[in-house]
Design a protein around this ligand. Structure first.
Ligand code: NAD
Length: 490
């Protein structure tokens, strides 16, 4: 475990000293401490990133040279996959196989953006003009110093979704992980140093949102802010960005629908519904937390869902066979329990789960929970709960399903299941959401764009869209003829 912040290639104590406890949500015990960064540390980190950008080699290297470093980072992550995954389990609570999957994706993300960095060397583009006296070339350049703020649900993966494309583009950056899960981000500091990333290119400051996150959003030395987290914090980040006209990309919350038609295979539907809401304890921005089932399938599907959900093995993420770990923190646990209580107070029925599992008296454990009978304007139907809680509702016909699916202030993801592929395609296009799954829920690919409509965010991460977040576009136009311009001087 690291006890320093990673600034300018070195491990340094926070300016005001101090640390904060990191709690294992399966045992409720403090198992580590992380350095408590504050505005002074953020300032030091931004200055280091600024120097590395304005004077250092990184933005001036070719894409191929940067790609070599990115590949070494990917190798470093792969070499430590098991260790990093185990830290993630203790930090976040997720089952070990999920954490191993996440860390595999982290390495994949660095490899993918290494290839995109290489392609940048050949990305100059001649623009055909309607005037042959001029030639115009478009070049892409790094946007500058990026400030990245990430949440706790996929600690290192959410960091990689920002760090890998930013580094590929030639940016330098300051990363602020969540105070609930700071440890793997600090390990990334050690990995990038071993991979030969020049000092100051990636700086990592741990600390709370108000103490370390906010100063980063307000720092005049930052050119671009990339944020993943809740809507209220995203709104604050955008307001801070507005003051200095910083570029901003936001990946925020969701309340994503999953529409299941009556012709769907019931076993496949139950499997994907559960994967869509119980993976990572439902603490997934794109979780399909509102399930809409065609009326004549509804009773049978609900019965199968309740039966299967009750069999999910709950326990410490380190224990073999665990499929559902604890929620990340006491705060999140209380929030999810309060949402269930509010749901029932407003008329919802708990069709399955809803309680602390028998025999698990310590740790933030909750049974997989299925709510029914809620109204469309109830809290549980409209708001993100961010826990293993799914709301299930019947619908009458396709138009009814699409209307209910789209009636949300969020628009991150949506899913549809039917044997009728034409109907799936029609509904997929009718969804007002940035990510749509047909006959599945949640599969995520580094190559494909990720982000939401409406209050779910601004911009896209992953794929070539993720790289574009960190690139400026410059046109260079030349006057190519000897003929005088002859406007003033005839
Ligand atoms: P959060 O908004 O509470 O915190 C996110 C990050 O912002 C943390 O690092 C936190 O320290 C920091 N922060 C808090 N206050 C700040 C401030 N005033 N200024 C700057 N930074 C501040 O969110 P969370 O609880 O960590 O994460 C859960 C949320 O993240 C959910 O709403 C979820 O949907 C969303 N999320 C979205 C995606 C996506 O890709 N769209 C992915 C994962 C999580």
């Amino acid at each position: 475990m690291r006890d320093g912040l990673f600034i300018d290639g070195e491990w340094v104590a926070p300016a005001r000293g101090g640390s904060f406890p990191v709690i294992d949500p399966a045992t409720e015990e403090v198992f580590a401490h992380a350095p408590a960064g504050t505005a002074e540390d953020v300032d030091r980190a931004v200055r280091a990133a600024r120097r590395a950008f304005d004077e250092g080699p990184w933005p001036r290297m070719s894409g191929r040279e940067r790609a070599a470093v990115l590949r070494r980072i990917a190798d470093g992550v792969t070499a430590r996959q098991d260790e990093l995954a185990r830290i993630e389990v203790r930090d976040n609570g997720k089952p070990l196989p999920e954490a191993l999957w996440d860390i595999g994706d982290v390495a994949g993300c660095f490899s993918f953006y290494a290839s995109l960095a290489e392609a940048l060397d050949d990305a100059e583009e001649a623009i055909p003009l309607g005037d042959d006296r001029f030639s115009t070339t478009v070049v892409r350049e790094p946007v500058g110093v990026a400030g990245a703020i990430v949440p706790w649900n996929y600690p290192l993966l959410m960091a990689a979704w920002k760090v890998a494309p930013a580094l590929a583009a030639g940016c330098t950056m300051v990363l602020k992980p969540s105070e609930l899960t700071p440890l793997t981000s600090l390990e990334l500091g050690a990995i990038v140093a071993e991979a030969g990333l020049p000092a100051g290119v990636l700086n990592i400051v741990t600390g709370t949102g108000p103490d370390a996150g906010q100063p980063l959003t307000e720092h005049p030395g930052v050119d671009k802010l990339a944020f993943t987290g809740s809507v209220p914090t995203g709104s604050k980040v955008m307001m801070a960005a507005a003051r200095d006209i910083k570029a901003v990309s936001l990946e925020l919350g969701g309340k994503s629908p999953f529409v299941v038609f009556a012709d769907a295979d019931i076993e496949a539907a139950v499997e994907w519904i559960m994967f869509g809401i119980f993976w990572n304890q439902g603490q997934v921005c794109s979780a399909t937390s509102r399930v809409l089932v065609e009326e004549n399938l509804y009773p049978a599907l609900l019965e199968r869902l309740v039966a299967e959900a009750s069999k999910i093995r709950i326990g410490d993420g380190m224990e073999e066979g665990t499929l559902l770990g604890p929620l990340v923190s006491k705060g999140q646990y209380d929030k999810v329990l309060a949402a269930i209580a509010r749901g029932t107070a407003e008329g919802a029925t708990v069709a399955g789960g809803g309680r602390r599992p028998a025999g698990l008296n310590t740790g933030y454990f909750l049974e997989p929970t299925i709510l029914t009978d809620m109204s469309e304007d109830s809290f549980v139907w409209r708001e993100e709960i961010f826990g293993p809680v799914v709301c299930v509702k019947p619908f009458a016909d396709e138009a009814d399903a699409v209307r209910m699916a789209n009636e949300s202030r969020f628009g991150l993801a949506a899913a549809v299941m039917s044997k009728d592929r034409a109907r799936c395609d029609r509904v997929a296009r009718a969804f007002r959401a940035g990510i749509v799954w047909i006959n599945c829920s949640q599969p995520t690919f580094t190559e494909a764009p990720w982000g939401g409509y409406k209050q779910s965010g601004i911009g896209r991460e992953l794929g070539r869209w993720g790289l574009a977040n960190y690139l400026e576009v410059k046109q260079i136009t030349a006057y190519e003829t000897e003929r005088p311009w002859a406007w003033y001087i005839k």
